[in-house]
Design a protein around this ligand. Structure first.
Ligand SMILES: NC(=O)c1ccc[n+]([C@@H]2O[C@H](COP(=O)([O-])OP(=O)(O)OC[C@H]3O[C@@H](n4cnc5c(N)ncnc54)[C@H](OP(=O)(O)O)[C@@H]3O)[C@@H](O)[C@H]2O)c1
Length: 347
């Protein structure tokens, strides 16, 4: 009998998520029926988007999210024991699946490449960067791209794809270490938005002619400063609005309509799950190639060993993606190692 440990959304968030929003439950899973398989999580991911997406959940439901999992028992010939998959199984150590929605890793996945990247640069966040920049912004070589939360899982890949396409990239990040990191990744200009005197002046100095594309992860007041600096016919991908996710106050107004009208800007929100089938598979192959060839060097985070405490879950949801390294070999659900941002896995 397999016991699954699962985090439940106990209570909807008000402001920042806290311990009291979550509950850990243990359930005994039944024996497999024909066509079913048992998944054991290898890596879970905790992402800022969940802060918003959880609004649609009911209290008492399992927390959502993807995981890299291994098939440990199978009565489904399409997924033999030992197969590694990406599954939307939520925050749980084990679950039973009939195979629906499971995604195997690309056949070309090198043995040397960490499986955790299937939740990062060669997974959901990499795909978000890829489609947001290439489809929504429709970026072209020679253009200037602005991206915020630029050292994050999405932003760092945005910057690197933009460089691969021959663009000039300007990135904003929230610490000097992060600024050094994205410069190392190839960003042309990087600044610490928390220590500059004026965002407006910094952006003007970084690109006096303005910006062709703005990949927005942050929203709020930050965007109200960037958008007036867009070039005519500029394109804006509204990917996220992390500056507003935990706010309990009214949100700041958006950019003045006359700027959008007279600069003839195009702004589009998107959700990465829009792109499925062949285009998604091509994108994953492109990302895998770039990461394998080290032309895209991002790894989001070093995985953490063990499963995190509710406080850490809350931190991952509120402000920063985290990867959790499972399975959990003991009943201790506390972290055994601290999260650590790596500068570059591949050098
Ligand atoms: N549309 C989609 O399909 C989709 C998919 C995935 C993610 N997203 C969105 O993409 C964005 C980035 O996600 P990610 O996975 O890259 O996250 P991440 O790796 O966790 O990075 C998030 C970063 O955002 C910055 N941040 C946090 N709170 C902030 C605040 N109040 N104001 C300004 N910056 C703040 C922090 O960096 P600094 O220290 O640099 O401030 C943080 O490290 C999020 O908004 C997320 O919701 C959208």
């Amino acid at each position: 009998m397999v016991r699954a440990k699962t985090w439940i959304l106990k209570k909807h968030f008000e402001g920042y998520p806290t311990h009291s929003n979550f509950e850990l439950k243990t359930t005994e899973l039944p024996a497999l029926k024909n066509g079913e398989l048992l998944l054991e999580a290898l890596f879970l991911t905790v992402d800022p988007y969940m802060r918003v997406a959880a609004k649609k959940m009911k209290e008492g439901e399992k927390m959502m999210g993807q995981q890299v999992a291994r098939v440990v028992e199978s009565k489904n010939s399409a997924f033999p024991v030992g197969t590694t998959v990406v599954a939307s199984s939520g925050w749980t150590t084990h679950c039973i699946s009939d195979g629906t929605g499971l995604e195997t890793l690309p056949a070309e996945w090198p043995d040397t490449l960490p499986l955790s990247l299937a939740l990062g640069a060669v997974g959901m966040t990499g795909l978000t960067a890829y489609f947001g920049l290439l489809d929504i912004c429709g970026v072209k070589g020679g253009e200037t791209v602005m991206v915020n939360a630029a050292a994050g899982a999405v932003g760092a890949v945005v910057g690197q794809i933009a460089k691969l396409k021959g663009c000039t990239v300007v990135g904003a990040a929230g610490s000097d270490d992060k600024v050094a990191y994205i410069k190392k990744l190839g960003f042309d200009v990087a600044f610490n938005y928390k220590t500059i005197a004026s965002l407006e002046e910094t952006l003007k100095k970084a690109s006096p002619d303005g910006y062709d594309c703005y990949f927005d992860n942050v929203g709020g007041e930050f965007s109200n400063v960037v958008i007036p600096q867009m070039k005519k016919f500029g394109r804006i991908a509204i990917c996220g609005a992390i500056s507003t996710y935990n706010s309990t106050r009214p949100l700041p107004p958006g950019p003045p309509a006359e700027i959008v009208i007279y600069q003839e800007l195009r702004m589009e929100g998107f959700i990465v799950s829009r792109w499925q089938g062949a285009v998604r598979q091509k994108a994953l192959k492109d990302l895998l190639t770039w990461v394998s060839e080290h032309s895209c060097r991002k790894t989001a985070l070093t995985p953490k060993t063990g499963i995190c405490t509710p406080e850490e879950e809350a931190q991952g949801i509120s402000s920063q993606k985290m990867l959790l390294d499972t399975p959990i070999p003991t009943d201790s659900w506390t972290m055994r190692t601290s999260p650590q941002r790596v500068t570059d896995l591949y050098t």
